[in-house]
Design a protein around this ligand. Structure first.
Ligand code: DX5
Ligand code: ZN
Length: 216
């Protein structure tokens, strides 16, 4: 079963509680929360304080995607705010193994995100330590961009790596997911689909979430 993770980045922050309640009562299993520092990515979003408010609206999994440098400085703050999954970027972590150990010691699921240019093979010696790989299918920083087609090949390669190693790491696809391409992304081997613009730009977000789930 595919997990749908609506990205709050495209929500209306003046009506955040309403949008959170909509996701909570929808078929989406996760909330995807994008944290941007204006250094690792050319945009600034929100921090632990907002995550803490979102936590109070739902019991569903809070999937926190850190697009920040020095994520080790903030892991504890996001744990306190209620994060269930904490994903760091491989490109931002010189000591990735240490970052993963820190996240796990804080009793969160550990994820690693890869920018579009980063080969999935770079995960070879860390795959057995992690719970989730987030493959960026756009360049991180903004919602509403177009899906990069080469991601499908990366999903297939990563799926084979996970199967060959006998692991159960989840593959999450982040960026440009639509009701039109969801089926091919799933078919390539994805477990989790993040969707921002597709969900919040829809006239009927709850129905769109359902369509993303049944696509394919
Ligand atoms: C991009 C973020 C994504 C983004 C996805 O940097 O990591 O999670 O919100 O938005 P859409 O689905 O609109 O591409
Ligand atoms: Zn994201």
């Amino acid at each position: 079963m595919t997990i749908i993770a609506p990205s709050l980045l495209s929500a209306n922050f003046l009506h955040l509680e309403k949008d959170c309640k909509m996701i909570h009562s929808s078929e989406a299993e996760w909330f995807h929360l994008d944290i941007m520092d204006g250094r690792f990515v050319p945009n600034i979003s929100y921090g632990p304080m907002i995550v803490d408010f979102i936590r109070k609206t739902t019991t569903k999994c809070l999937d926190v995607h850190l697009m920040i440098e020095e994520p080790e400085k903030y892991a504890e703050a996001f744990k306190k705010a209620g994060a269930d999954n904490l994903t760091v970027h491989i490109e931002a972590c010189t000591h990735l193994h240490r970052n993963i150990q820190q996240i796990k010691s804080l009793d969160m699921k550990a994820g690693v995100a890869l920018n579009p240019h980063t080969p999935v093979e770079s995960l070879k010696d860390i795959l057995h330590e992690i719970d989730l790989v987030c493959l960026m299918s756009v360049n991180p920083g903004f919602g509403g961009q177009s899906f990069i087609p080469h991601t499908l090949q990366k999903i297939k390669t990563l799926r084979k790596m996970i199967t060959d190693a006998g692991l159960s790491v989840l593959i999450e696809i982040d960026g440009g997911v639509t009701t039109a391409n969801a089926a091919s992304i799933k078919e390539a081997g994805a477990d989790v689909l993040v969707a921002g613009n597709t969900v919040f730009g829809s006239a009927n977000p709850t129905e769109t979430i359902k369509q993303l789930m049944i696509a394919g």
